[in-house]
Design a protein around this ligand. Structure first.
Ligand SMILES: Cc1cc2nc3c(=O)[nH]c(=O)nc-3n(C[C@H](O)[C@H](O)[C@H](O)COP(=O)(O)OP(=O)(O)OC[C@H]3O[C@@H](n4cnc5c(N)ncnc54)[C@H](O)[C@@H]3O)c2cc1C
Ligand SMILES: NC(=O)c1ccc[n+]([C@@H]2O[C@H](COP(=O)([O-])OP(=O)(O)OC[C@H]3O[C@@H](n4cnc5c(N)ncnc54)[C@H](O)[C@@H]3O)[C@@H](O)[C@H]2O)c1
Length: 467
């Protein structure tokens, strides 16, 4: 422990990632502080994961009940939008972070309220005060990207924050961006009663296996969403009466009560003082999350752009917190691949779930990504609806699954499941990839009957019994 510095470690940003960096380091005796300018708990707790999933859940539960004869008859009504919004609000603790702040204190971490900015090596400015530390971790998250389209900025568009914290359901909603947030929020608001138009310049969820976006587009349409693929706004205006007019590149126009822009996010590096320590805005980090060219500065979570996901950022945070503690305490650093102090899974097995209905759950590489990275792979697919457990789960269960298998090592390098409640199938695939379990051995991992996990057996059979 140092007495020359105010802290051993200062973490800028108290989202889920910053909290975990500080916590894991503090558990190793590191004197840590978190600087937070807004709510402790970050985007995920108040404006992203939790409220968006709460907005989606009631609709999913209702549709699930309607897919089973017997419960279908009992689930004839529509969602109570006010109750859904109230439940969402309870999941955000009514945007009150006192519980999170109490946790920070209980973990022995100091909380400094205010905007943090680097002010030279090992120095963090918050207002008029400069704090010094032996190590600094940047965990400031990401910010939305607003396309440069005439009138958009002046039309007071919703971002994901406004959508997830909405206090009403707009009768007409245009959602711009067919990625993860756009697909989820289009479904959430359609389920709540909005007439939703989803504009996507390419196929939905285009970073995933192509069948996934198609199945989800079909399901959104069945839910009443007007999904327009290959459609982009060219101009947006909000009139005095509040109505938004969206001019599209095919010459047509749409009118709506709100336009939600969900066209991606970028690292939150603005005015962080990176220039004061000679670090470029597009810095890279190593697998211990140490910023290239420094021996004291770390960047963890959304800010490093590896995977804009809470669970993956928190995984990085566990590695970074331990690596910081090891370096500051002078103990051994275990930074070989899959060691205790590295985030190796960032490069091999990032689990992703899109909470639409059907859900999209994927981990590792898509077939296309695997081939583009030079791997010699084979792929197998199977209709998830033909598995006995799925047929029991929902009448006319519809879904699809795919494994991507590396021929050289005979191991799974990618898996995708699309279907109702498919997210719960994902972790088995993550374990298979991280554990590099040979396909021959997977034949001995017996899925219980009648569960949806029997999809594993069907995929192995599609691949062929080993000799
Ligand atoms: C609509 C939506 C839904 C999502 N749903 C999911 C999901 O279901 N599952 C999932 O895994 N991921 C989801 N994500 C992604 C997830 O929200 C992020 O990956 C996660 O929040 C990143 O955590 P973080 O701690 O890196 O950043 P953040 O959560 O953004 O936290 C950063 C914190 O730093 C603070 N900060 C920033 N700059 C400064 C500064 N200079 N000084 C002091 N404080 C500062 C901010 O106020 C904030 O509290 C979703 C994202 C969106 C937009
Ligand atoms: N369930 C989850 O885990 C979850 C949910 C929501 C968001 N997130 C995370 O938040 C991040 C941000 O979500 P997102 O949906 O905004 O990003 P995204 O990258 O998933 O999707 C952005 C979409 O906008 C499109 N786009 C970008 N610029 C455009 C332009 N100028 N005109 C038209 N289309 C344009 C892209 O082609 C893409 O389809 C994601 O990377 C994701 O990791 C996760």
């Amino acid at each position: 422990m140092s007495t020359e510095h105010d802290y051993d470690l200062i973490v800028i940003g108290g989202g889920p990632v910053g909290e975990n960096v500080a916590d894991y380091a503090a558990k190793r005796g590191i004197r840590a502080a978190i600087v937070e300018e807004d709510l402790v708990g970050g985007e995920c707790s108040y404006w992203a994961c939790m409220p968006s999933k709460a907005l989606l859940r009631s609709g999913s539960a209702l549709r699930a009940a309607r897919r089973v004869a017997g419960s279908r008859e009992a689930a004839a009504g529509s969602l109570d939008a006010a109750a859904v919004l109230a439940r969402r609000t309870s999941f955000t603790s009514n945007w009150d972070d006192s519980g999170q702040a109490d946790w920070v204190a209980s973990a022995g971490i100091d909380l400094i309220r205010g905007r943090g900015r680097l002010d030279g090596s090992g120095r963090v400015r918050v207002g008029d005060r400069v704090y010094t530390a032996r190590a600094v971790a940047l965990a400031t998250g990401s910010v939305p990207v607003l396309p440069d389209v005439d009138g958009l900025a002046d039309a007071d568009p919703w971002g994901t924050r406004e959508a997830t914290s909405a206090d009403h359901v707009p009768p007409r909603l245009v959602v711009w961006g067919g990625g993860v947030a756009g697909s989820e929020l289009a479904l959430a608001f359609a389920s709540l009663g909005s007439r939703v138009t989803l504009l996507s310049r390419g196929p939905l969820l285009s970073k995933e296996e192509p069948f996934a976006g198609k199945l989800i587009a079909d399901a959104l349409r069945a839910e009443g969403v007007d999904v327009r693929i290959g459609s982009s706004p060219t101009r947006v205006d909000r009139a005095g009466d509040g109505v938004v007019t969206v001019a599209l590149d095919d010459g047509s126009e749409l009118q709506a009560d709100e336009i939600l822009v969900s066209t991606g996010r970028r690292p939150h590096t603005l005015d962080l003082g990176l220039d004061t320590v000679g670090v470029p805005e597009d810095f890279a980090v190593d697998d211990t999350l140490l910023v290239d060219g420094t021996d004291w500065l770390y960047a963890v979570g959304d800010i490093n752009g590896h995977a804009l996901l809470t669970h993956q950022g928190k995984y990085q945070a566990r590695a970074a917190g331990e690596a910081i503690a090891a370096r500051l305490n002078g103990s051994a650093l275990d930074d070989a691949p899959w060691g205790a102090h590295v985030a190796t899974a960032d490069n091999a097995a990032v689990p992703r779930v899109v909470f639409t209905d059907p859900e999209l759950a994927a981990v590792g590489l898509t077939e296309r990504q695997a081939r583009e990275s030079g791997l010699d792979v084979r792929a197998v697919e199977y209709d998830l609806g033909r598995v006995a457990g799925s047929a029991l789960h929902a009448d006319d269960y519809s879904g699809r699954a795919k494994l991507v298998i590396d021929n050289a090592k005979n191991i799974v390098v990618g898996a995708t499941f699309v279907g109702q409640d498919a997210a719960e199938l994902l972790h088995a695939a993550t374990i298979a990839i991280v554990g590099e379990v040979p396909i021959d051995r997977l034949w001995h991992a017996v899925p219980a009957y009648p569960t949806m996990s029997e999809i594993w057996l069907r995929l192995l059979e599609a691949d062929g019994r080993p000799d």
